[in-house]
Design a protein around this ligand. Structure first.
Ligand code: CO
Length: 502
C-alpha cells in the first residue's frame, strides 16, 4: 500500500527570502494563489521569517495586511509561518506578554501553523510561544535546528524532540537551514524520533538545497517515516533555496509513496514565477549552483556575503579565507551554537574581529552576551578563558536562568510609544510592529498611506525608462494608463512613468 506524503510549499516565504532577498511584492504572488490553494498542499508557508522586516523596511507594505490578504486568497489552505520563539520576528528577547499578544494577533489575522524555533535550540526560549499557540487552538510545531558538532548526536536531537512533544507540540520539524542534513542522518533522526516519540508523532522536514545532497535526504527521511516535507516550486528553487516540488512528485513514482499534489496547477505556478523572477535580478543570491564547502565551515550562504562586505568595508577583502577558517573555532568556543539568525551573525562578526584585531582582543557586545547566557544555553561547553574575557568586557555576570525572566513588563510602555508616532493606527498590530522594529516603524507608519512598492522591474520597460531620462523624471504625474517605476541613475532615485506609445 502506498503511503501519502504531505508537502508544504515555500514559494510565498522562504523561497524568495533565500533567492530574492525577501523582496517579492505581494502583487506578484496574488496571481498564483488560486492554484496554490487548490493544488493539495498540507500547508502554504507565507509569513514570518524575514518577510515582516522586508515589508516595512523595503516594500512599504503592512505585513498584517499581507497576512489578511493571504487568508482571503487562500481560504482552503493552512497558512504557515516561521516564528523565532522569544525573539518573535525581531532581534531581541521580548517579555512574555508581548510574545502572547503577537501569537494571538497572528492567529486572529489568519495564521494556522506556527513553526517555532530558537537559534540555540534552548527550549526555554520556545515555551511561551508554544503555550500561546496552543491556547489559540492553532497548530504548534516545535523545531529542532539541525547542525553538526561533536555534541549534536542523533540521541541528543531525539531527546529534544521528546521534550518538544512533552511541551505539547502538535508536530516536530527538523529544520536544516544550511543544507547540512545528509541522507543517512536524515534517516536515523526521523527513525529515532518515530521510535522514541511514537509512530503517530508528525515529523516535518525542512531542508535547503545549498549543498546539493538534500533531495536525497528528503527521500531517506520519507523512508524512515517522515510525514511532511518542504519544497519550493521549481522556478523558485535550488541554490541557497529548496528542492523543487515537481522533482519530488516525479521521483516518488514507482515507490511506495505518493503525494496528492495537482501537477497541472503547480506547473501554472511555476510558469508564473519563471516570468517574475528575472525582474528581481538585482536581489538574486550570488550562489546559484551547489556549495559543498559549507559542510566544513557550516556557514550559510547569506552569511558569507555579509562577511565579505564587512571585510571590504575594513579594506581587508583579501582575508575572507582566514575568517572562514576562524568561524568554526569561534563556534566551538561558544559551545557549538547552530548557525542561524541571530547566532550566525554574532559568531560571524566575532570571527571577523578575531582576524582583524587579534584573537578575542575586541569582543562585540552580542558575542559577550552569547557567551554569558543572555541568548540562552548551548548544548556544548563554552571555552572558560573566553567566558572570563566576556564577563570582564561586558561587566555582567553569567546567567543560567531563562533570559526572558530578566525582562520587566513592557507592553504598556510599547503601546504608549507606538501610539504617539505619526501615522500609527492605534491597533495592537501596530504596537507589535513598533516593538519588533523600533527604528523602522516610525518611517513606515508615516509613509504607509502611499501604498506598497514593487521593487521588481519589468526588463523590457526598464530599458525604456532609462532612455526616458530627465524629461520624465522628478515629480512628474503618472500618465494615463501608464506604469510608474523608480529607477536609479548615478545613485539618485527617479520616479518614471512609462505609457504605451509615448
Ligand atoms: Co529555511
Amino acid at each position: 500500500m502506498s503511503r501519502l506524503i504531505e508537502v508544504t510549499e515555500l514559494a510565498l516565504r522562504d523561497a524568495h527570502q533565500s533567492l530574492l532577498a525577501t523582496r517579492m511584492a505581494m502583487e506578484d504572488m496574488v496571481p498564483v494563489c488560486e492554484d496554490l490553494d487548490n493544488a493539495g498542499y498540507w500547508s502554504l508557508e507565507c509569513w514570518g521569517g524575514a518577510t515582516y522586516d522586508a515589508c516595512i523596511r523595503f516594500l512599504n507594505e503592512d505585513p498584517w495586511e499581507r497576512l489578511r490578504k493571504f487568508r482571503k486568497l487562500l481560504p482552503k489552505s493552512r497558512l504557515q509561518m516561521l516564528l523565532r520563539g522569544q525573539n518573535l520576528l525581531g532581534y531581541r528577547h521580548y517579555e512574555d506578554e508581548v510574545v502572547e499578544r503577537f501569537v494571538d494577533k497572528s492567529a486572529e489575522n489568519g495564521m494556522d501553523v506556527f513553526r517555532v524555533f530558537d537559534a540555540l535550540n534552548d527550549l526555554r526560549n520556545l515555551q511561551t510561544s508554544i503555550k500561546a499557540v496552543r491556547k489559540t487552538g492553532k497548530h504548534a510545531q516545535g523545531t529542532i535546528c539541525y547542525t553538526t558538532s561533536p555534541v549534536h548526536t542523533i540521541p541528543a536531537f531525539v531527546e529534544m524532540a521528546q521534550k518538544l512533544k512533552d511541551m505539547g507540540c502538535d508536530s516536530i520539524c527538523i529544520k536544516d537551514m544550511a543544507g547540512l542534513l545528509k541522507p543517512q542522518p536524515a534517516y536515523d533522526l526521523v527513525k529515532g524520533i518515530k521510535e522514541k516519540c511514537g509512530k503517530d508523532t508528525l515529523v516535518h522536514v525542512h531542508a535547503h538545497a545549498t549543498t546539493g545532497v538534500t533531495l536525497v535526504s528528503l527521500v531517506k527521511a520519507i523512508e524512515a517515516g517522515c510525514d511532511i516535507v518542504d519544497t519550493a516550486v521549481s522556478s523558485l528553487s535550488l541554490g541557497p533555496g529548496h528542492n523543487p516540488t515537481e522533482s519530488l512528485i516525479e521521483l516518488l513514482e514507482g515507490t511506495p509513496y505518493h503525494t496528492r499534489l495537482d501537477m497541472e496547477r503547480i506547473l501554472r505556478v511555476k510558469r508564473h514565477f519563471t516570468t517574475i523572477r528575472p525582474r528581481y535580478r538585482e536581489f538574486l543570491s550570488d550562489i546559484v549552483g551547489v556549495e559543498t564547502e559549507i559542510f566544513k565551515s557550516q556557514i550559510p550562504g547569506g552569511m558569507i556575503s555579509n562577511m565579505e562586505s564587512q571585510l571590504k568595508g575594513q579594506g581587508a577583502g583579501d582575508r575572507l579565507q582566514e575568517v572562514l577558517l576562524e568561524v568554526p573555532n569561534v563556534r566551538q568556543d561558544a559551545g557549538f551554537p547552530p548557525l542561524v539568525t541571530p547566532s550566525s551573525q554574532i559568531v560571524g562578526s566575532q570571527a571577523v574581529f578575531n582576524i582583524l584585531m587579534g584573537k578575542y582582543k575586541v569582543l562585540t557586545g552580542e558575542f559577550a552576551d552569547l557567551m554569558l547566557g543572555y541568548y540562552g544555553s548551548t548544548l556544548g561547553e563554552k571555552n572558560p578563558d573566553v567566558l572570563k574575557r566576556a564577563a570582564e568586557h561586558a561587566k555582567k555576570p553569567v546567567i543560567t536562568s531563562r533570559p526572558a525572566d530578566l525582562l520587566k513588563p513592557e507592553w504598556e510602555h510599547l503601546r504608549e510609544s507606538a501610539n504617539a508616532l505619526e501615522g500609527a493606527n492605534g491597533t495592537d498590530e501596530d504596537v507589535l510592529t513598533f516593538a519588533m522594529f523600533p527604528q523602522v516603524a516610525p518611517k513606515f507608519f508615516k509613509a504607509r498611506a502611499d501604498g506598497p512598492k514593487n521593487l521588481g522591474k519589468d526588463p523590457a520597460k526598464k530599458v525604456a525608462a532609462s532612455e526616458a531620462k530627465s524629461p520624465a523624471a522628478g515629480g512628474a504625474k503618472p500618465l494615463e494608463g501608464s506604469v510608474s517605476y523608480v529607477i536609479t541613475l548615478n545613485g539618485k532615485e527617479h520616479q518614471v512613468s512609462v505609457a504605451p506609445g509615448k
